[in-house]
Design a protein around this ligand. Structure first.
Ligand code: WTA
Length: 663
C-alpha cells in the first residue's frame, strides 16, 4: 500500500501560503478567522458532538424539534432523532418566508451562444418556490408518493435543480443519474432503486451537439418494465419518440399545476436521495443519504469552507454536474440555505472557446469558483491567454475537489486564476461523506500545494494501520473517521452486507474511506490514492469491474482486466487488457480497439472509454485464479516488473504481456 514515489514528491513540497492579510477586509465577515479559533472549535466538535451539532442544527427550520441529537449503534447513526424537517423548505421556502423572496437563488447560463450572447436565467427564491411546488404537484399527478424513488436523468438545466427540490418537497427520494452516462448505466440504477418514474430531457447541449437523453432512456426502458411514467423536458428540440401512456411532456403537465403544494414534514432520518457510485466489485452501489443530518452538514460545511456571507453580494460558481455528489451538496443543498446565489452552467468548458469559464466569471462577478484538478490541468494546457483575456478580479475564494491536486496545477490556479490573492480550499470528501471532511478554511488555514490540510468540524479523521493504531508522522496508512458525523451515508441501497464490508470491516469500529493517506509533521493530511480497484478518472469514480463487464458484454472479448495508468490530464487513464473471443482471434487490430472503445462509451458513457486497449492471449493470474492487477498496473505504466511474481500461475504470460503492443 505504501506509495514511495508520491511520498517523495510531497515531502519536497513545503511552501506555505497563509491566508491573505486583507482576506477579512475583502470578505466583510470571516467565520473562522485563525487557526486558534479552528482548533478550539474542532476540539469542541469532537469532545461534545451533540452539543456542537445541536447548536448548528438550531439555525435550521424544524417542524418538530429533535429529542436527541445522536443515536449511534455502530455502524448505524441517527441524527436529530425524532425531529421533523424538510430540506426543500430550508433551501427555498424559508428564504421567502424571511422576506428574501426577491433575492437571486439560481443564476443559470446555457451553453449555446447566439449573436447576442448566451441564454441567461435569473431565478429568485419566490420564483423557485413556485416552480418547485408546481413540479412537486406534477410528480404527484404522475403517481409519485412519499418514499418512492424518482430517477432524474437530465442535463444541467434549472429544471434539474427544480426537480431535485420537488422530490425533497414531497419526501420522494431522488436518484440523479449523470447525463453523461449511457443506457446500461440507467438500467442498472433504475432497476436497483426500483424507480417507476423518470424525469429526463429531449437532449442536453454538450460542446455544441445534442446528447440524446430521451433516446437513451427509451433504450434503457426496453429492459425496465417497472417504469410507468417518463416526464420529458424540451430543451434541445431534437426529434424524440413519445410512448403513449408512458411519456408526458413537462410543458403539458408542470406549468398547469397550482403553486400551492406545501413542503411535507419528514422525519430527520427520512431518505433524501440515493446516489450511485462505483465500488471495487460488482455494480455501482446506491449510497443513501437522509434528510436532517445531510442538510445540516452540507449547509454548515459550505458556509465554513467557502466563507459564505449573504450580505456581501457573493456569487458562487461550482463547475460540477448535479449528477455527482459535488453538485448535490455544493450546487443545491449546501448553497440555497446559505442565501448565496448558485451559478449553474449548462455545458462544456471549451465551448465556444477555451475561455468559457473565465467569461462566465467576468460576466457575473463570480466571487467563489470551485472546480476539479483535472479541469485545471486542461486549462493549463489550453494556455494562459484564455484567462488573461478576462477580468477575474471579482474572485475571492477558489476551491478544488475530486483528486489530489499536483503542486504545479495548484500554483497555476493560485497565480493565473486567483491573482495570488485568493485562498485555495482543496476539499477532500466522498459521495459517502455527504460533505467536506478534510479541507482548509480560507481565512484560517495556511495552505501547502497538494495537501488538503486539516479535518472539518465534527470529523475525527486519522491515518491508521489495520488494527486502528495511528501512524507516526509521514507514514502511509488508511484514512479513517473514528466518530459519526451528520452527513455520513446511512447505507447502501438494498445491500446491508456491502455497506458493512466496504466501510466498517477492515478497521474495527471506524469508517474506512478507501483512500491511503499520511499526515505530515504539522498534522496536515496528504491523500495518496485509492486502496481498492476504484479508478479516479478525471475526478470521477469508476469501478474496474464495470468497465470489464462492459467489454465482455460486447461479446468480442472473453476476458478483460482493467487498470489505471498515469494520464497527464485525467490523472488516471484506463488501460484494458483484453483476450479476444475465439471468433475474433485474428482481429487484434486498431479497428477492433476502436470498436471496443466505442462499445464501452455507448454502454456506460464516454468517461468509461478505455484510453489504451492491449490484446493478450491470457491474463496473469494467481494460482487461486485472481487477476494480478498490481502487475498489470506496472505493465500499463511501462514500468519494469520488480514485483514478486512467485504466485503467478504461468510466467510465460508475463513475457507475452510485455510483448503485446501498447497502443
Ligand atoms: C478522491 C467526490 C484527494 C478520493 C467529492 C475520494 C480526493 C474520492 C479529493 C471520492 C481531494 C476527492 N484530494 N483526493 N481533495 N477529493 N478525492 O465519491 O479518492 O466521487 O475517496 O466524491 O475522490 O470520490 P467521489
Amino acid at each position: 500500500m505504501s506509495n514511495d514515489s508520491s511520498i517523495q514528491s510531497v515531502q519536497s513540497e513545503d511552501r506555505i501560503f497563509p491566508p491573505p492579510t486583507d482576506f477579512a477586509a475583502r470578505m466583510g465577515t470571516v467565520h473562522v478567522p485563525d487557526m486558534e479559533a479552528y482548533r478550539v472549535m474542532h476540539e469542541r466538535s469532537i469532545r461534545d458532538p451533540e452539543g456542537f451539532w445541536g447548536e448548528v442544527a438550531a439555525d435550521f427550520h424544524w417542524y418538530k424539534p429533535w429529542s436527541k441529537v445522536l443515536e449511534w449503534n455502530l455502524p448505524d447513526a441517527k441524527w436529530f432523532v425524532g425531529g421533523t424537517t424538510n430540506a426543500c423548505f430550508n433551501s427555498v421556502d424559508r428564504q421567502v418566508e424571511n422576506g428574501y423572496g426577491h433575492e437571486l437563488a439560481i443564476l443559470w447560463e446555457g451553453e449555446p451562444v447566439a449573436g447576442h450572447g448566451p441564454e441567461i436565467r435569473r431565478i429568485t427564491y419566490s420564483e423557485l418556490r413556485d416552480d418547485v411546488a408546481r413540479c412537486a404537484s406534477a410528480l404527484e399527478s404522475l403517481g409519485v408518493k412519499k418514499g418512492d424513488v424518482v430517477t432524474l436523468y437530465m442535463g444541467m438545466v434549472p429544471e434539474l435543480a427544480i426537480a431535485v427540490l420537488a422530490c425533497a418537497r414531497i419526501g420522494a427520494p431522488h436518484s440523479v443519474i449523470f447525463g453523461g452516462f449511457a443506457a446500461q448505466a440507467i438500467v442498472d440504477r433504475v432497476h436497483d432503486a426500483g424507480s417507476a418514474v423518470i424525469v429526463t430531457c429531449d437532449g442536453a447541449w454538450r460542446r455544441g451537439s445534442v446528447v440524446p437523453l430521451k433516446a437513451n432512456v427509451d433504450a434503457a426502458c426496453e429492459q425496465l418494465p417497472g417504469v410507468r411514467k417518463v416526464l420529458v423536458l424540451k430543451r434541445t428540440n431534437n426529434e424524440v419518440a413519445m410512448h403513449a401512456g408512458r411519456d408526458v411532456w413537462w410543458h403539458d403537465v408542470v406549468p398547469a399545476q397550482p403553486n400551492t403544494r406545501a413542503c411535507e414534514p419528514v422525519d430527520s432520518e427520512h431518505p433524501l436521495f440515493l446516489l450511485y457510485t462505483s465500488g471495487s466489485t460488482g455494480k455501482p452501489k446506491g449510497i443513501l443519504h437522509t434528510t436532517g443530518g445531510y442538510m445540516v452538514f452540507t449547509a454548515a460545511t459550505a458556509r465554513w469552507t467557502f466563507n459564505l456571507v449573504p450580505e456581501q453580494k457573493q456569487m458562487y460558481f461550482c463547475t460540477a454536474d448535479i449528477g455527482w455528489i459535488t453538485g448535490h451538496s455544493y450546487i443545491v443543498y449546501g448553497m440555497l440555505p446559505n442565501r448565496v446565489p448558485t451559478l449553474m452552467y449548462e455545458g462544456a468548458p471549451n465551448f465556444p472557446a477555451e475561455d468559457r469559464f473565465w467569461a462566465i466569471i467576468a460576466r457575473h462577478n463570480v466571487t467563489h469558483f470551485y472546480t476539479a484538478p483535472t479541469a485545471i490541468r486542461s486549462f493549463m494546457r489550453w494556455g494562459d491567454m484564455h484567462p488573461a483575456k478576462h477580468d477575474l478580479s471579482s474572485l475571492r475564494v477558489l476551491g478544488t475537489v475530486g483528486e489530489p491536486i499536483n503542486p504545479e496545477a495548484w500554483m497555476w490556479y493560485h497565480q493565473m486564476i486567483g491573482g495570488s490573492r485568493c485562498p485555495i480550499v482543496d476539499t477532500m470528501w466522498q459521495t459517502e461523506t455527504g460533505g467536506h471532511i478534510i479541507t482548509p478554511l480560507p481565512g484560517a488555514t495556511p495552505t501547502t500545494p497538494g495537501s488538503c490540510t486539516m479535518p472539518m468540524f465534527g470529523i475525527d479523521a486519522a491515518v491508521v494501520d489495520d488494527a486502528g493504531n495511528e501512524q507516526p508522522a509521514n507514514t502511509g496508512g488508511l484514512l479513517v473517521i473514528r466518530k459519526p458525523w451528520p452527513g455520513m451515508l446511512r447505507g447502501v441501497n438494498g445491500d446491508r452486507q456491502r455497506f458493512i464490508e466496504t466501510y466498517w470491516s477492515r478497521v474495527p469500529g471506524m469508517y474506512l474511506a478507501g483512500d491511503s493517506a499520511r499526515r505530515d509533521a504539522r498534522g496536515y493530511f496528504w491523500i495518496m490514492g485509492r486502496i481498492d480497484d476504484v479508478l479516479n478518472v478525471s475526478g470521477h469514480r469508476l469501478g474496474t469491474a464495470e468497465v470489464e463487464s462492459s467489454l465482455v458484454g460486447s461479446k468480442l472479448v472473453v476476458e478483460a482486466a482493467v487498470v489505471g495508468m498515469p494520464h497527464e490530464i485525467k490523472g488516471t487513464g484506463i488501460t484494458a487488457f483484453c483476450v479476444l473471443h475465439p471468433d475474433h482471434e485474428n482481429d487484434a487490430s486498431d479497428a477492433m480497439r476502436k470498436r471496443l472503445m466505442e462499445y464501452v462509451s455507448k454502454d456506460i458513457g464516454p468517461i468509461a472509454r478505455p484510453d489504451v486497449i492491449r490484446f493478450t492471449t491470457a491474463l496473469p493470474k494467481t494460482r487461486s485464479g485472481k487477476i494480478m492487477r498490481r502487475l498489470l498496473r506496472d505493465v500499463a505504466a511501462g514500468k519494469e516488473i520488480t514485483q514478486d511474481t512467485t504466485t503467478l500461475d504461468d510466467l510465460g504470460v508475463l513475457a507475452k504481456l510485455r510483448a503485446s503492443d501498447g497502443e
